[in-house]
Design a protein. Structure first.
Lengths: 261, 385
């Protein structure tokens, strides 16, 4: 079984600061990690490999240092790794990202299943998985919390919906995005760490992918970030004074005048 | 302090720490309270390759030595000494095999120990043979088709849970300790059963149990090395394994020091954190000194063992004695600093203090080991006189 896991390197914090001058993330002093949701995708991929045989290929698009995330994935059980890195890929929105990733996946040998985390903790959109499926013309299931069976070119999964769970069967190849309920990711192994240090990580640029420069990165993005800013905090607290009865009277009066009572 | 560990040693230590903090810490109080064998943790250690650390590469191990084993022990023990001894007992159970086993014996048993699929255990202690280890009574009579074992082993770590036991038994009763041999006995061998599971003061998640042999027939192929050398093999084994107990002590010291420091930082009395009081500072400083001195001696002894030095009895005994005495003192002091809270089971130092005591007792009581050191001193003096 050929399993592809897409992952993203993200800042290891949810409290990102923004440089007010350049409107970009301040990345200094923040350690990069594998997007936590993607670690569940990787674990599920490795478990599928252990059960059905085959291999797990991890793939990411990002700057050269994203290779670190791929090596970490190898220490956790991935077999092969592809880094999509090119200045032309920079500034991609979800569409351009999905386009680049899916082109890369199509370049790999026949893939049976593509697993992604349900969303990233930095972009938070959850769009790249479904967009890839759409671009490749294959089925997609989101929020998968359990893979029940894979047999005869089909997969049956349980996915989380607001009122409970839904069991879906579809044909393979397919893209699934997984919820954190699906498993408990393992810790790395010593042999995995050793392997990750010497493993070859393939780097593909726009030339290897053979895609149009206008369909990737900022140029290929139909959405563009104009400005990132913190909402201004306006505090309008008013402290009522006097004894308790007087304070209650004032409060009622204020609520009435605001048409809240 | 920097002990100039290699990259691989640092990797081992860091991963052991991660396992301890992420997987053991959340369950350690429960494991202690329920006296449950930590199978889930053993599986985690196995999948992280921790049981490969001490096994040679040709048998699916990572080829580490005494120091690597010590690094794992220290990190596991910093969080839970009971888990640490469970891990170490598997190493102890196969070290005689690694040293004296034939190629065929090693191929048969070591890969399963390395993968963590099966645990090992070592059995010498008996009701009549504690410090007087040569006074064992279990016999392994040579019969057609192998050895027939009869007798009872006591206080065996991993007893009942392990699947591969190295048992010291008398193949020649008439020769006493000189008639002892090391024999591998697999769990589920007919005639091999388990007796009472002990209820202990500390390291309560680890299993300590009696092994009972009644006409238990073991194939001749399971004899390790030459018959009659079992006692010597066991003594040499402990010479090499004692730094591991020292490392267990270092981990306990470190855990207790950190817990006491954290508490002293947070606890306010007389309008100030305890850690600002000179009397508390003095105790904490002594704890830190003891911990670091123990670590330095344990690492040095482990490296001496790994150097292939011939006589490591004194240095490994010194490391075990010093570090275990330090662990007892440091954990008692940690409870003292935490005061009433420290005496309660909700705080980790109470468990650490209970866990520390065994370190002064097993793998040679500290008194017996001081004797061994003194005997070596006398021998050396006699040679130069």
């Amino acid at each position: 079984m050929n399993i592809v896991v897409c992952l993203k390197q993200v800042p290891g914090t949810t409290e990102v600061k923004i440089d007010p001058r350049t409107n970009t993330l301040i990345r200094q002093g923040i350690e990069n990690i594998i997007n936590p949701f993607d670690t569940y995708a990787l674990e599920e991929g490795v478990r599928l490999k252990e059960k059905h045989g085959g291999k797990v290929t991890v793939i990411t698009m990002g700057p050269p240092q994203a290779e670190g995330a791929l090596r970490e994935a190898i220490s956790l059980g991935a077999d092969e790794a592809v880094l999509l890195s090119d200045r032309a890929f920079a500034g991609a929105d979800t569409w351009a990202t999905a386009n680049t990733l899916s082109k890369a996946i199509l370049k790999l040998e026949k893939t049976d299943i593509i697993i992604c985390g349900r969303q990233t903790i930095d972009g938070d959109t959850g769009q790249v998985g479904p967009e890839m499926a759409e671009m490749m013309g294959i089925p997609f299931v989101a929020y998968v919390s359990k893979i029940e069976e894979i047999a005869d070119g089909k997969i049956r999964v349980s996915r989380m919906i607001e009122e409970g769970h839904e069991v879906i069967e579809t044909t393979l190849p397919a893209v699934i995005t997984v919820a954190k309920e699906i498993n408990v990711p393992r810790l790395p192994s010593l042999r995995g760490i050793t392997r990750s240090k010497s493993a070859r990580v393939a780097t593909w640029t726009i030339n290897e992918l053979g895609v149009d420069a206008n369909a990737v990165g900022l140029a290929g993005s139909s959405t563009q970030v104009i400005k990132i800013f913190f909402p201004q905090r306006i505090s309008q607290a008013e402290v009522l004074t006097g004894d308790a009865a007087a304070q209650v009277d004032k409060l009622i009066e204020k609520l009435r005048s605001a048409n809240l009572l | 302090m920097d002990y100039f560990l290699t990259e691989q040693q640092k990797t081992i230590k860091n991963l052991a720490r991660r396992i301890a903090e992420e997987r053991i810490l959340p369950v350690r109080a429960e494991l202690d309270e329920k006296e449950e064998f930590p199978w889930d943790i053993v599986k985690e250690l196995a999948s992280a390759d921790m049981f490969r650390v001490f096994v040679p590469e040709q048998y699916d191990g990572l080829g580490g030595g005494c120091l690597e084993l010590c690094l794992v022990m220290e990190e596991l023990s910093r969080i839970c000494s009971g888990v640490a001894v469970t891990y170490a007992a598997s190493a102890l159970g196969c070290m005689t095999l690694m040293e004296y086993g034939t190629e065929e014996q090693k191929r048969k048993f070591l890969p399963d120990i390395a993968s963590g699929k099966r645990l090992g255990a070592f059995a010498i202690t008996e009701p009549t043979a504690g410090s007087d280890a040569s006074n064992i009574k279990t016999t392994a009579e040579k019969v057609e088709g192998g050895y027939l074992l009869n007798g009872t082993k006591q206080f065996i770590t991993n007893g009942g849970e392990a699947e591969i036991y190295t048992v010291i038994a008398l193949t020649d009763k008439s020769r006493g300790a000189r008639g002892a041999s090391a024999i591998i006995v697999e769990k589920d061998t007919p005639g091999f059963t388990f007796g009472k599971k002990e209820k202990k003061m500390g390291i309560r998640t680890s299993a300590t149990r009696e092994l009972v042999f009644r006409n238990c027939l073991v194939p001749e192929a399971n004899l390790l090395g030459k018959p009659g050398l079992g006692f010597v093999q066991a003594m040499r084994l402990f010479d090499k394994s004692r730094p591991g107990i020292g490392a267990q002590a270092v981990g306990l010291c470190q855990g207790a020091l950190e817990a006491a420091t954290d508490y002293a930082q947070e606890r306010v009395q007389f309008d100030q954190p305890l850690i600002t009081l000179p009397v508390v500072q003095q105790i904490l400083a002594d704890m830190a000194i003891q911990t670091e001195a123990a670590r330095a001696l344990v690492y040095a002894a482990a490296r001496y063992v790994d150097s292939g030095a011939k006589n490591v009895t004194e240095s490994s005994a010194a490391a075990k004695v010093f570090a275990s005495d330090a662990a007892m003192k440091v954990t008692v002091d940690a409870v003292q600093i935490c005061g009433g809270a420290g005496y309660m089971r909700d705080y980790p130092v109470e468990k650490m203090m209970r866990d520390a005591k065994i370190l002064q007792i097993y793998e040679g009581t500290n008194q017996i080991l001081r004797n061994a050191i003194a005997i070596n001193l006398r021998k050396r003096k006699a040679r130069t006189a």
